[in-house]
Design a protein around this ligand. Structure first.
Ligand SMILES: NC(=O)c1ccc[n+]([C@@H]2O[C@H](COP(=O)([O-])OP(=O)(O)OC[C@H]3O[C@@H](n4cnc5c(N)ncnc54)[C@H](OP(=O)(O)O)[C@@H]3O)[C@@H](O)[C@H]2O)c1
Length: 243
């Protein structure tokens, strides 16, 4: 699929998603930049994209709420007429110690990452199927295969996204291809010390932190590079699992 004049909805465009939006916009895509609380960042992204000639809008939704997701998808279709590509990057990432995990922690994580991804896919795929097809790219994490401490609900939700990706590839074939990116450290949480950052870089085979561009170029490849990839997991983690 070529991106030119195609409509792309990206959830969670504050950090890595922002770079994905910019790179896909350079290939001529219309961009719907989703946010939940980061309205300023979404607005400034849209302003920047429009200044470069991209057809761009920002759309707000708490993705754990079906009515908000349905409104968001309706708004994108109203503006662009279609959704050709859905990229589900919105996620909740906060540490919680094993013996302090509450029911609320669990519900929040599953509602945002797992149910939220599903709600976005459900609403967008209806539009895609009506229009003859599309592409969906979900986001998991390399570390589902080697979880570190204090993120149990996160890893369970991200593991669920992998299972969902495979099941969706089957359900939505042949007209929609569904693939999942497994990022490694590409943009560390704010406040990581220099020492911690260096240690993480050293723990990859390529001896560096990745960048959001590594993710954005992979997304672009999955959309434009081949229509013969579906149900796949693409690690973008500098060989961290092998190191
Ligand atoms: N950054 C990395 O190095 C890395 C490593 C492994 C995996 N990943 C995965 O790659 C993807 C992108 O990474 P990232 O670091 O850019 O993600 P992020 O900053 O952790 O999250 C992206 C956005 O998710 C949105 N979000 C949270 N709760 C939401 C809700 N209830 N409804 C709607 N949106 C909600 C937030 O939007 P608002 O700010 O608008 O509220 C947030 O800005 C994520 O899925 C992440 O898990 C990233």
């Amino acid at each position: 699929m070529k991106l030119k004049n195609k409509s792309v909805l990206i959830t969670g465009t504050k950090r890595v998603g922002q770079v994905v939006a910019k790179i896909l916009a350079k290939s001529g895509a219309n961009i719907a930049a989703h946010y939940n609380t980061s309205s300023k960042e979404a607005e400034s992204l849209v302003t920047e994209l429009r200044a470069q000639g991209t057809n761009a809008i920002s759309v707000k939704a708490d993705i754990s709420k079906s009515a908000e997701v349905e409104n968001m998808v309706e708004r994108v279709v109203e503006e662009f007429g279609s959704i050709d590509v859905l990229i589900t990057m919105a996620s909740y990432f906060k540490p919680v110690k094993y013996d302090e995990i509450t029911e609320e922690d669990w519900d929040r994580q599953i509602s945002i990452d797992l149910k939220g991804t599903w709600l976005c896919v459900q609403a967008a795929s209806k539009v895609m199927l009506k229009d003859g097809g599309g592409k969906i790219i979900t986001f998991s994490d390399w570390a589902v295969d080697r979880p570190y401490k204090n993120f149990l609900p996160y890893f369970v939700a991200k593991g669920g996204i992998r299972a969902m990706t495979k099941a969706l590839a089957v359900e939505l074939a042949p007209s929609i291809q569904v693939n999942c990116i497994l990022p490694g450290p590409v943009l560390l949480p704010e406040g990581y010390s220099e020492e911690k950052t260096k240690k993480i870089a050293e723990s990859t085979l390529v001896k560096r932190i990745g960048s959001p561009d590594d993710i954005a170029e992979t997304v672009k490849f999955l959309v434009e590079g081949s229509d013969f990839i579906t149900g796949a997991f693409i690690p973008v983690e500098g060989g961290r699992l092998l190191a």
